[in-house]
Ligand binder design. Sequence first.
Ligand SMILES: [Zn+2]
Length: 88
Amino acid sequence: MICPNCHLEIGKENINVQTDVAHCLHCNSLLKLSNIVKLVDNDFNLFNHPEGTWIKNQFNSIVIGSTTRSPIAFVQLPFLTIWSGAAF
Ligand SMILES: [Zn+2]
């Protein structure tokens, strides 16, 4: 993680996620961790996710999942079944 004040790296040992505090030893800044993360991930959009993934809003949580299924499997599976059968 990069310090927004001096642009040097803040060591993992100086980051406390639970208390939302990061301490930069280079410039001796005490920073709110959630503010630094927002600076780094400005382009992050939860609803602009890759194909094959899904997001469900549930009662008190958000569930994120993905699948390994692909339409190409309809071609690969018969081919590999026959190919493997012939090999034996
Ligand atoms: Zn710093």
